[in-house]
Design a binder for this molecule. Structure first.
Ligand SMILES: Nc1nc2c(c(=O)[nH]1)N[C@H]1C(S)=C(S)[C@@H](COP(=O)(O)OP(=O)(O)OC[C@H]3O[C@@H](n4cnc5c(=O)[nH]c(N)nc54)[C@H](O)[C@@H]3O)O[C@H]1N2
Ligand SMILES: Nc1nc2c(c(=O)[nH]1)N[C@H]1C(S)=C(S)[C@@H](COP(=O)(O)OP(=O)(O)OC[C@H]3O[C@@H](n4cnc5c(=O)[nH]c(N)nc54)[C@H](O)[C@@H]3O)O[C@H]1N2
Ligand code: SF4
Ligand SMILES: [Mo]
Length: 685
């Protein structure tokens, strides 16, 4: 008998949002996973870590029963209890917090473990039904999103499949070979069929840089300067499309005057790139009609990241590349789904007076910083789903202090015993995507992808949706949405959005929400307040921390500069075989990644007296110190240290993880974490 493959969709926080085919061996076991060939974005490809998902789904360490803390917070000592007893305790803790400190002292917290419409954001129904604190979900896209919105207006753009019809693809501050492999499929088509060239802008030699025709390795946090100098060259050399600028943008003499002294020489001194590289790149960009700018998140994870994103998005507005098939720029799709999630996310229950807590600032919030608490009460009770904040959030020492508070009740709903799970008072076992139904937003493409259940539930696990419903009922919520199944909610959501019934979507595996060329290339108008692209952003309208941002394309010097005391710049990008901290538990992924490791420029290594593999270094700043293995490599610029992968703190010799060194101050103008913007000292350990 042939192998049996079932349709599904990847739930993880990855813009590829792949359509999957899962080899189903029985109602409780899977074999290989492959990409759906019939989906024209996935195109039959998935990453290696999801291809071997059986390792994760059938992992012996999966949580399988509800647990109650028996030892110290953070130690991971638990005893089994029943679901009923666990739900009673959570409900009691929430009611107690609400009684003594008000409903806003309860903080339901979520991040990107699953990206499902119901299984991730369903927690918002619980929140809104009881007036618990709201959450501003900033940890990932916010700095990039803010910069994009400031110029373009909305988070949409050309169909990324058009990259195959492009003559020049610029991957700017992203590493898709590692972080969204499918983008490379479409880029490869353009290179094969049209001889297209690939330019990659990064701060070290990533696998994507290695695949590029032209590689620009600059100093961290200097992308704005590169973009400004490119605009300078485009204007100087007659490569700007003056007609397009006049018709479709707010470009004017003030911007032109601002760019006069942003010469390649000026940018060379800031970026570390040779003048000729900057000029050649600008000319190539300006002379290619079909130039597709695929912007990543990486270069925006700096204190000047929103401004840098805005400056970069000015480039296609200056050349008019938006007009051409295979031209323009793309970051993510978010504003094009038009899903009506009022029922699924309880939007009609929102009380706009309820405070909003910033997800990235969980450390300062739990440590009681008044400004972080947005003028409200301390957080006294939490439910955490889809999140490993003890490892992934900035300033992890503060997160640990906060989660370790004796007066804070924490329920964690997890698949594994993560660093965060160890802080739980009640730890509940979560089902995996193969065991539930959901719809996912394909942020890197145009499809809503659909994953119907493939396997029976593992042991005593429950889905996020089931936990939310059970808890809401315990707390006395009368709303019918807490009594609906995930499929009922999804079906209602799709129908209310004019996208047909669930059964149809599930049978196909996706809903393509693609819009036509005219709309996605903004030929009639940009999705901004006045229909134009904004060289002059209204930062005030984007977010509250707009002080210091100018109404111009700009390179801001507000990042953590290297100093005599802190002479190195630390960058902490994703590892290929992990997805944030997910997959750090699977043998295939952890074997491939080895151990936490600092990549140090050979010249710096020599100066430090670092020799041979296996040497250990200590990195530090005012926030803390981290010890890890080091390797000398000619991969970034001198003075730049790269630590790939978000390893569990237990993987470090001192059990202190890398995010100890990262600041939790909000990125202007609308928040988010400056993960790649950290100054440190370094010495041999
Ligand atoms: N394998 C794997 N895939 C993933 C993830 C993962 O952890 N592992 N994470 C997922 C998630 S949540 C997200 S948000 C995406 C992120 O996907 P990406 O868009 O790739 O974003 P980043 O991970 O922030 O970093 C991308 C690149 O930016 C570079 N970079 C850092 N600072 C700068 C800078 O100042 N300038 C420039 N030009 N480049 C800079 C880094 O070196 C890195 O190579 O990937 C998703 N996919
Ligand atoms: N050093 C460093 N830190 C970073 C980044 C970086 O590049 N470098 N990137 C940042 C970014 S972009 C992001 S988005 C964040 C990501 O941070 P998180 O969203 O916290 O991502 P993960 O670490 O993968 O943790 C998600 C957890 O959800 C669990 N999970 C998965 N599916 C389900 C489910 O269905 N139900 C439940 N209950 N749990 C589930 C997984 O087991 C996992 O432990 O990290 C940020 N932190
Ligand atoms: S992690 Fe990304 S590339 Fe891998 S299967 Fe999921 S969506 Fe596709
Ligand atoms: Mo992310």
């Amino acid at each position: 008998m042939g192998k049996v493959f079932w349709k599904s969709a990847c739930p993880h926080d990855c813009p590829s949002a792949c359509c999957l085919e899962v080899e189903r061996l029985s109602s409780t076991r899977i074999g290989r996973i492959r990409g759906a060939a019939a989906n024209t974005y996935t195109d039959g490809v998935v990453c290696a870590k999801v291809a071997r998902y059986a390792e994760r789904a059938h992992h012996p360490d999966r949580l399988k029963q509800p647990l109650r803390r028996a030892g110290e917070k953070g130690q991971g000592d638990f005893r089994p209890i029943s679901w009923e007893a666990a739900l009673d305790e959570i409900a009691e803790a929430f009611q107690r917090a609400a009684r003594t400190h008000g409903a806003q002292s309860v903080w339901p917290y979520h991040s990107g473990g699953t990206m499902g419409v119901v299984q991730r954001w369903g927690i918002d129904r619980l929140r809104h039904a009881f007036g618990y604190s709201r959450q501003k979900t900033t940890i990932c896209v916010t700095p990039a999103e803010s910069g994009w919105r400031a110029g373009v207006g909305k988070l949409t753009g050309p169909d990324p499949r058009e990259m195959a019809e492009s003559d020049l693809i610029v991957v700017w501050g992203g590493n898709p070979v590692s972080t969204q492999v499918n983008a490379m499929t479409h880029i490869a088509k353009a290179r094969k069929q049209r001889g297209a060239r690939l330019v990659v802008v990064d701060v070290y030699r990533t696998p994507t840089i290695e695949a590029a025709d032209i590689a620009l390795v600059l100093r961290p946090g200097t992308d704005g300067a590169l973009a400004l100098a490119m605009m300078h060259v485009l204007l100087q050399e007659g490569l700007a499309d003056r007609d397009y600028l006049a018709r479709h943008t707010d470009f004017g003499p003030d911007i032109e005057a601002h760019l006069v002294d942003k010469t390649p020489g000026w940018a060379a001194a800031i970026t570390g790139l040779p003048v000729a590289e900057i000029v050649d790149f600008a000319r190539l960009y300006g002379r290619t009609e079909r130039s597709f700018l695929r912007v990543g998140f990486g270069f925006t994870r700096s204190r000047n990241g929103s401004a840098a994103m805005h400056a970069v998005t000015c480039l296609p507005a200056m050349t008019g590349a938006w007009r051409h098939r295979g031209g323009g720029a793309f970051f993510i799709n978010w504003d094009n789904w038009r899903l009506n999630t009022t029922l699924a996310h309880g939007l009609d229950m929102i009380d706009p007076k309820t405070r909003v807590l910033d997800q990235s600032r969980i450390g300062p919030i739990l440590c009681g910083e008044p400004e972080a608490l947005a003028g409200g009460p301390p957080v006294k009770a939490m439910l955490m789903q889809n999140a490993n904040s003890a490892n992934v959030a900035p300033d992890s020492a503060a997160v640990a202090r906060g989660l370790g508070r004796e007066d804070l009740f924490v329920c964690v709903h997890e698949q594994f015993m993560t660093a965060t799970a160890k802080y739980a008072d009640i730890l509940l076992p979560a089902a995996m995507f193969l065991e539930y139904d959901d719809i996912y937003y394909g942020l890197g493409h145009t499809h809503l992808t659909v994953g119907a259940r493939v396997l029976d539930r593992y042991e005593d696990c429950r889905t996020n949706h089931e936990l939310i419903c059970a808890l809401a009922q315990r707390l006395g919520a009368p709303q019918p949405s807490f009594r609906m199944s995930a499929i009922e909610l999804l079906d209602a959501t799709l129908r209310a959005s004019g996208k047909g019934p669930w059964a149809e979507a599930a049978a196909r595996g996706w809903v393509d929400c693609v819009e036509d060329f005219q709309a996605t290339h903004f030929l009639d108008s940009f999705p901004s307040s006045d229909g134009r692209f904004h060289f002059k952003p209204d930062w005030k309208a984007v977010g509250p921390y707009h002080a210091g941002l100018r109404s111009l394309p700009d390179h801001l010097e507000n990042y953590e500069r290297a100093t005599d005391d802190l002479p190195f710049r630390l960058v902490v990008p994703p590892a290929r075989a992990f997805l944030n901290t997910t997959f750090t538990e699977t043998p295939g992924s952890s074997a491939r990644e080895g151990e936490p490791r600092a990549l140090i420029h050979e010249d710096d290594a020599a100066r430090l007296g670092l020799s041979g593999d296996g040497a250990m270094v200590r990195l530090g700043n005012a926030r803390g110190e981290v010890t890890l293995a080091a390797r000398a490599a000619r991969t970034a610029r001198p003075g730049v240290v790269i630590v790939e992968g978000n390893w569990p703190s237990d993987a470090y010799p001192d059990r202190v993880g890398i995010n100890t060194l990262i600041g939790a101050d909000p990125v202007p103008p609308n928040g988010g974490a400056a993960f790649h913007d950290t100054a440190v000292w370094m010495r041999l350990a």
